[in-house]
Design a protein around this ligand. Structure first.
Ligand SMILES: C[S@@+](CC[C@H](N)C(=O)[O-])C[C@H]1O[C@@H](n2cnc3c(N)ncnc32)[C@H](O)[C@@H]1O
Length: 280
C-alpha cells in the first residue's frame, strides 16, 4: 500500500467535514481519499492510470455504494470538465500528489530503473502516443539533450545523450536495461543511482506531458473551488515547484503553508517532497 508522505498535513489543511466536497486529482492507491472519507467528506477521485482506478473501485466499493466516492480515469489537466460532469462544482479542496505511487513501480511500464527487462514505456496511460523508447530512438541529438538536460538537471546529461545517440546507431532502445547500461557507461558509480533516478523521472515527465498537465490542472481548479477553498500540491521536482510558485504569484493567491521533507521513498525515483497549501 502507498503511504502518502504528508497525509496528516493534507487532512489538517483540507479540514474535511460532513458533506464537504473534495477532488483527489491524483487518486493513486487512495491514501488521501480514504482519509477524507473517514472524516465524512465526499470525494471525486481522478487518476490517469486505469489500473489505479480499477483497483480503487474494488478497494473502495463501500464508499462508492454509499455515493460518497466517484472514481474516474482521466487527466487532471481537464479537471474543470470532469468536475462539472460529475457534479463537483463548488468544492472545498483539491489535492495534487504528483509523481508515482508504489504500486506503479510494479505495473510493468518501466517506471523502475531496477527492472531491467521491462519495456521502456513510462506512459501513465497507453493512450499517450510516444513511449520513452520512442523519444530515445527518434528525437534528434538536440531535442533529446533539451529533454534530458532541462528535466533531469543531471550534470552528466551531455555524455548520456551522446552515448544514447551512439548506441541507437547499433540497436534500437526497447527495454529499461538498454538505457541503464548506456547510463552506466558514462556516469561514475557513486552518482549512478541519482542520475538514473533523474533521467527516468525526466523521461516520464516528457512522455506524459506533466508540466502542461500541472499548469492546466491548477488553472482548472480555480474554476471548481468555492471561495476560501484550498489547493494542496505535493511536488517532487524543481520544475513543478516553479510552476506552482508562478501560479500562486500570477493569480495573487494566498500561500497558507509550505513544507519540505526528504520523502524516503527508497524504491521510488523521487526524493525531496514539497507541500504547498494555497487558498483561493
Ligand atoms: C503519488 S501518486 C498519488 C498517491 C495517492 N495520493 C495515494 O495516497 O495513494 C500520483 C498518482 O497521480 C497519477 N497521475 C499522474 N499524472 C496524472 C494526471 N495528469 N491526471 C490524473 N492522475 C495523474 C498517477 O497515475 C499516480 O497514481
Amino acid at each position: 500500500m502507498h503511504t502518502p508522505v504528508f497525509l496528516e498535513k493534507v487532512v489538517e489543511y483540507l479540514e474535511p467535514i460532513k458533506g464537504g466536497k473534495f477532488i483527489d486529482a491524483t487518486f493513486g492507491e487512495g491514501g488521501h481519499t480514504r482519509a477524507i472519507l473517514e472524516k465524512e467528506g465526499k470525494v471525486l477521485g481522478i487518476d490517469i492510470d486505469p489500473e489505479q482506478i480499477k483497483k480503487g473501485k474494488e478497494n473502495f466499493k463501500r464508499w462508492i455504494d454509499e455515493e460518497r466516492l466517484t472514481l474516474i480515469t482521466g487527466n487532471f489537466s481537464r479537471i474543470e470538465k470532469i468536475a462539472r460532469r460529475y457534479g463537483f462544482k463548488k468544492v472545498k479542496g483539491v489535492i495534487f500528489d504528483l509523481g508515482l505511487s508504489m504500486s506503479q513501480l510494479y505495473e510493468g511500464k518501466g517506471f523502475s530503473y531496477k527492472r531491467l527487462e521491462e519495456p521502456l514505456d513510462l506512459r501513465w496511460n497507453k493512450r499517450f502516443k510516444n513511449t520513452a523508447a520512442d523519444l530515445l530512438n527518434y528525437l534528434s541529438f538536440e531535442e533529446l539533450y533539451e529533454v534530458i538536460a532541462s528535466y533531469s538537471e543531471d550534470p552528466y546529461s551531455r555524455e548520456v545523450v551522446e552515448e544514447i545517440v551512439r548506441e541507437r546507431r547499433k540497436k534500437r532502445f526497447k527495454k529499461v536495461g538498454d538505457l541503464v547500461r548506456v547510463v552506466e557507461r558514462v556516469v561514475r558509480k557513486k552518482d549512478l543511482d541519482k542520475s538514473l533516478r533523474r533521467i527516468f523521472q525526466a523521461l516520464r515527465m516528457v512522455v506524459n506531458n506533466e508540466t502542461f498537465n500541472l499548469e492546466s490542472g491548477l488553472l482548472g481548479s480555480l474554476k471548481v473551488l468555492k471561495k476560501g477553498g484550498r489547493i494542496i500540491v505535493i511536488t517532487f521536482h524543481s520544475i513543478e515547484d516553479r510552476i506552482v510558485k508562478r501560479f500562486v504569484k500570477e493569480k495573487g493567491l494566498k500561500l497558507v503553508e509550505k513544507l519540505g521533507i526528504d520523502s524516503k521513498r527508497e524504491k521510488s525515483f523521487e526524493r525531496t517532497a514539497r507541500l504547498r497549501v494555497i487558498e483561493v
